[in-house]
Design a protein around this ligand. Sequence first.
Ligand SMILES: [Zn+2]
Length: 94
Amino acid sequence: MTDLTKSTSPLSVDCPTCRVAVEWIEKNTFRPFCSQRCQLIDLGEWATESFRIPQAPSAAMDEYELEEMERLLADQEDGDSDHSNSEPHKGWIQ
Ligand SMILES: [Zn+2]
């Protein structure tokens, strides 16, 4: 009996969108979705979900921008001191 079940249903998954059983076969190009429509619906939900929680990415962006700003400022200072340190006319200027 178990052999029979194996041969009749190779492998099936539930469509994440409409929960319909989808056979995991070449024919079902949109697996695990039953159709392109369900795939698009799921993708759309993902998109709206990421739009719904903008705090995480924007906060990370702010932190990144802050770091970038600090690095730019540090670079400027470093660059200036480096420049005058390695500047051959340093003694001439003083
Ligand atoms: Zn579906």
